[in-house]
Design a protein around this ligand. Structure first.
Ligand code: XMP
Length: 492
C-alpha cells in the first residue's frame, strides 16, 4: 500500500534529564524531614528509593549487603552460575540475621587447645557445646579456656565449659535476647528447639550491629532484602533465586517488549513466590503488556553510561519521556516503576521520581565504590575501578549475552555485536558516603518542591524545559574548579 513516509517526520519530542528542571515551589518542607520511603515492587518497601544495578562490575554480595543495610536494594547480576548466585543470595540474607544459623560448635570431649584453635580460625569468641544429637550441654568462651592454657593444661572441653546455659526458643525477639544477656551477664544465647537441640545462636555483637542500621531493608524475619537478576528465559535460575530467598526477581532484558520475553516472564511470575520486576521497557505500549502480571516495571532503553544500544541499534527512548510513559500506565494499575540508567547526579535521580518513578537504579554511580566487585587500579596517578556494560564483549563472553537476546555461547568473540563498552570509573570510597550524597541531594529537591513524601512529590512536582543556554548556566561556569565537591565530579 502507498504510504506517507513524510508523515513519519511528524515526530513527538522525547526528553531526558538535562532537558528539564524542577519548578521551585512554595514550601514548608525542610530537606532533612523528607520521607524517602517507597516501593520497588508491589510487596517490597524500602526506606531509601535507590537500587544498585545488576551488573558484574557493580552488584555481588558485598554491594547487596551494604545497599540493604543503608535502606536501598542491591540486585545481584546474572553473570555467575546458578550455584554461586544461590550462595550470594544466602550470604546477603544471613548477613545481619538476628539468629545465626551456621553456628560454630564444640564437642565435650575435644581438648580446650583444639577448641581454642578452632575458634580463632572461625573468628568467633565462644561456642555452644553439643553432643552427637546437637543437644546443648554447655557453652565455652575464650574466658573459660584461658586459665587452662595459661597453666599449660589441655583438659577436655567438658571440664572448662559453663554447663548452666541460658537458652531461648526460636521466636525470641532482639529485645528479649538482650534482656537475657543483661540479666545473666552473657554475650551469646543459644537458640534451641523443644528437645533442647541447637538450632541457632544470638550474639550481643549481632544485635548491636543491627541497631546501627535502623533504615535497613529487611524482610518479615528481619533478614536483609536482596534482589537477583535472571535472564528472560532462565526459568530455572529464577526458581533457584526464589528458593534461595531473593525478595525480588528482576527479569532483565534489554528489550522486554519482545513478546517471547513477555510470555516467558509471565511464566516465571507464575512459578515464583518473590515479587517479579520486569524490564527494561521505555514505552506505554510495553507497560500495557506487562502491568497485568508484573509486580514492578523497570525503565531504560539505552540511557546508561556504558550503553551503546542507541547508537548501535538506532532505537531508544530518552529517559524522562520513557519514565513518564511507563508511569502513566503503571500508576493506573498501582505497579511501581524503577528508572534505570543515565543518572549521574542526585538531581537526575529526583527528576526521575518527578517523572513518575518510585525508585532509581544506578550503575556507574556505584561502580567506583569499595563494595563493587573488582580492585582499584591506578592510571596516571588517579585511582579507578573497572566498569563495563553487560552488553559489552567482555561481559557477554563471560555469560551475559541473553540480556541482549543474543545467542553468544556458540559465537566467536569477534562475531559479537556488542551494545555496551568496557570502561574505568573514578574510585570513590564507600557506598555509604555515596548514598548519603545521593539521597541528601534528592531530599533537597523535595524541599524545593515542597513535598514531604515521595507520593506527594510525584503529584506536586512540575518540570520546566531547559535550553542549552539554561543547561550551561546550571553547571558551574566561568570559573576553574579548584576542589572537587563530594557530589559534583564534572565529566572527565
Ligand atoms: P548507568 O548510567 O547508571 O546505567 O551506568 C546502568 C544501567 O545501564 C544498563 N546497561 C546497559 N545498557 N548496554 C546497554 O545498552 C550495556 O552493555 C549495558 N549494561 C548495563 C542497565 O540497565 C544498567 O542498570
Amino acid at each position: 500500500d502507498p504510504q506517507s513516509f513524510s508523515a513519519k517526520l511528524d515526530v513527538p519530542e522525547a526528553l531526558t534529564f538535562d532537558d528539564v528542571l524542577l519548578r521551585p515551589k512554595e514550601s514548608r518542607v525542610e530537606p532533612d524531614e523528607a520521607d524517602m520511603s517507597t516501593r520497588v515492587s508491589k510487596n517490597v518497601e524500602l526506606q531509601v528509593p535507590v537500587l544498585s544495578a545488576a551488573m558484574d562490575t557493580v552488584t555481588e554480595g558485598n554491594m547487596a549487603i551494604e545497599m540493604a543495610r543503608q535502606g536501598g536494594l542491591g540486585v545481584l547480576h546474572q553473570n555467575m552460575d546458578v550455584d554461586r548466585m544461590v550462595a550470594e543470595i544466602e550470604r546477603v540474607k544471613r548477613a545481619d540475621e538476628l539468629v545465626i544459623r551456621d553456628v560454630v560448635t564444640a564437642r565435650p570431649d575435644q581438648t580446650v587447645r583444639e577448641v581454642d584453635a578452632m575458634m580463632q580460625q572461625e573468628g568467633v569468641s565462644g561456642a555452644p557445646v553439643v553432643d552427637d544429637d546437637d543437644e546443648v550441654l554447655g557453652i565455652i568462651s575464650g574466658t573459660d579456656i584461658r586459665p587452662y592454657l595459661e597453666v599449660g593444661e589441655s583438659d577436655a572441653v567438658r571440664e572448662a565449659m559453663t554447663d548452666e546455659v541460658i537458652t531461648a526458643g526460636e521466636d525470641v525477639t532482639a529485645r528479649e535476647a538482650l534482656e537475657l544477656m543483661y540479666e545473666h551477664k552473657i554475650e551469646r544465647v543459644p537458640i534451641v528447639d523443644a528437645e533442647n537441640r541447637l538450632v541457632g545462636l544470638v550474639t550481643m555483637q549481632g544485635i548491636l550491629q543491627r541497631r546501627e542500621y535502623d533504615d535497613a531493608a529487611r524482610d518479615e524475619d528481619g533478614a536483609l532484602r536482596c534482589g537477583a537478576a535472571v535472564g528472560p528465559f532462565e526459568q530455572d535460575r529464577a526458581v533457584a533465586a526464589d528458593e534461595a530467598g531473593a525478595d525480588v526477581v528482576f527479569i532483565d532484558c534489554a528489550h522486554a517488549h519482545n513478546l517471547n520475553v513477555v510470555e516467558s516472564a509471565r511464566e516465571i511470575k507464575s512459578r515464583v513466590e518473590a515479587d517479579v520486576v520486569v524490564g527494561n521497557i521505555g514505552t506505554q505500549e510495553a507497560a500495557e503488556d506487562l502491568v497485568e502480571f508484573a509486580d514492578g516495571l523497570k525503565v531504560g532503553i539505552g540511557p546508561g553510561s556504558i550503553c551503546t544500544t542507541r547508537v548501535v541499534s538506532g532505537a531508544g527512548m530518552p529517559q524522562i519521556t520513557a519514565v513518564t510513559e511507563v508511569a502513566d500506565v503503571a500508576s493506573r494499575h498501582d505497579v511501581p516503576v524503577i528508572a534505570d540508567g543515565g543518572i549521574r547526579y542526585s538531581g537526575d535521580a529526583i527528576k526521575a521520581i518527578a517523572a513518575g518513578a518510585d525508585a532509581v537504579m544506578l550503575g556507574s554511580y556505584f561502580a567506583g565504590t569499595d563494595e563493587a566487585p573488582g580492585r582499584v587500579i591506578t592510571m596516571n596517578g588517579k585511582k579507578y575501578k573497572q566498569y563495563r556494560g553487560m552488553g559489552s564483549v567482555g561481559a557477554m563472553s563471560s555469560g551475559g549475552g541473553d540480556r541482549y537476546l543474543k545467542d553468544v555461547e556458540e559465537d566467536e568473540e569477534e562475531e559479537y555485536v556488542p551494545e555496551g563498552v568496557e570502561a574505568a570509573t573514578p574510585y570513590k570510597g564507600s557506598v555509604e558516603s555515596e548514598l548519603h550524597q545521593l539521597v541528601g541531594g534528592m531530599k533537597s529537591g523535595m524541599g524545593y518542591v515542597g513535598a514531604e513524601t515521595i507520593p506527594e512529590f510525584k503529584q506536586r512536582s512540575e518540570f520546566v524545559r531547559v535550553s542549552s543556554a539554561g543547561h550551561q548556566e546550571s553547571h558551574p561556569h566561568d570559573v576553574m574548579i579548584t576542589d572537587e565537591a563530594p557530589n559534583y565530579r564534572p565529566d572527565e
